[in-house]
Design a protein around this ligand. Structure first.
Ligand code: SAM
Length: 369
């Protein structure tokens, strides 16, 4: 089909108009996401939150940036509705800008479930890996997780951390009453946290259940180094340990009361081998908990925003990450419940129960021995 020569029907024209509008809106959103990144990295939101409503000159002084840039950024942020004009003036130099408490929570409170600013930290990693991504698309290979860089890693960790901190010990584990009881009991229970990344889930388990010992494993060296630092800062060095280890490697067999895998199975190049190893780690009567993306049961197009969000990560990050090491299955972000059931069956589990936990992003699977 020649793109230029085709006469458009009314329906084609409507579709064309809708796409033009969509790309325009996407362009606005893209530019604003970059501007949020600038404001975050240069400490501009923090300066506004700490110093209260500020003029251009005041923000420039408090954040240590040039006044001309401060003026343009403040005007752009106000026009975008990200910050507010708190004192209007026809004299731009006297106009004051502030950050509302609700927006401050989203942009500056790392403990809040509404802390979403880390999503923009993924931008540099996604951009930097594009040449490798194009190569992978052509030759079917992968892009190593570490190539996405420290900011990307921290983006994932910081987006997930508030969920671990606020929900893991109060909602997720208590949804398995027997496990909740065991983790509070003596002798102290043992937990293995597979694909632990920067360690926030392991730390949250230890904080929610002060008796337990947690061993976190991850294949990414930088993540394990960060996890150790995070545990030290939390004062949990004796209760939580981290080890550089492939999830598929055999560990201490039958010795854990709970084995967890948070948002990691779909990233693994050999998820069945990992699940097989996890099954071997768990002690008789223990539990295996997998939390992974809350995608639809089956493919359907067009999809809702959550499905679009998950596919967006998949085409740029999760699929190429899962295509790196042989057998490089490449599950991608969109791991359907049926796919996990199949992996679990192949790994020797007798069944998979979906736990009744309301969650915007994740589904919780308890794998039965
Ligand atoms: C999306 S991150 C999630 C990290 C962490 N669980 C969290 O929720 O913040 C996926 C993690 O899986 C780890 N991973 C991937 N394949 C692995 C494997 N075969 N063994 C252990 N960890 C693996 C990656 O290194 C990365 O830290």
């Amino acid at each position: 089909m020649s793109v230029t020569a085709v006469a458009l029907t009314k329906q084609d024209e409507e579709q064309r108009g809708a796409l033009v509008e969509r790309l325009f809106r996407g362009g606005v959103a893209l530019l604003e996401m970059f501007s949020i990144y600038v404001g975050d990295r240069l400490g501009l939101y923090r300066a506004l939150a700490e110093n209260g409503p500020s003029t251009t000159a005041q923000l420039a002084r408090s954040a240590g940036i040039h006044e001309r840039y401060a003026r343009e950024w403040l005007e752009q942020q106000a026009v975008a509705g990200l910050i507010e004009v708190t004192t209007e003036s026809t004299d731009g130099a006297k106009r004051e800008y502030g950050l509302s408490p609700g927006h401050a929570e989203v942009l500056l409170n790392p403990d809040s479930l509404n802390y979403l600013v880390p999503i923009v930290w993924a931008i540099p990693g996604l951009a930097a890996t594009l040449p490798a991504l194009f190569k992978a698309y052509r030759d079917g290979g992968g892009v190593p997780y570490k190539d996405y860089g420290a900011e990307f890693r921290n983006s994932i960790a910081s987006l997930n951390r508030p969920m671990f901190k606020n929900q893991l010990g109060t909602e997720w584990i208590p949804a398995m009453a027997d496990v909740d009881r065991r983790l509070q009991a003596d002798p102290p229970a043992k937990v293995a946290d597979v694909g632990c990344g920067s360690g926030w889930s392991s730390i949250a388990i230890a904080q929610a259940y002060p008796k337990v010992r947690v061993d976190g494993f991850d294949i990414d060296e930088a993540s394990i180094a960060t996890a150790r630092e995070n545990a030290t800062r939390a004062g949990l060095n004796r209760q939580v340990t981290f080890e550089l280890r492939d999830a598929a490697a055999p560990g201490r067999a039958a010795s854990y009361d709970l084995v967890t895998a948070f948002e990691t199975i779909h990233d693994m190049s050999d998820p069945v081998a990992a699940l097989t190893a996890m099954r071997a780690l768990v002690a008789p009567g223990g539990a295996v908990l997998v939390a992974d993306e809350r995608v639809a049961e089956a493919f359907s197009a067009p999809g809702d925003e959550l499905e679009r969000f998950m596919y967006g990560w998949s085409v740029l990050h999760c699929l190429p990450v899962g295509r790196v090491d042989p057998p490089a299955l490449g599950t991608g972000t969109v791991m359907r419940p049926e796919t996990l059931r199949r992996y679990a069956r192949d790994a020797g589990f007798s069944g998979v129960e979906i736990l009744p936990i309301e969650h915007d992003f994740w589904r919780f699977y308890r794998l039965r021995q």
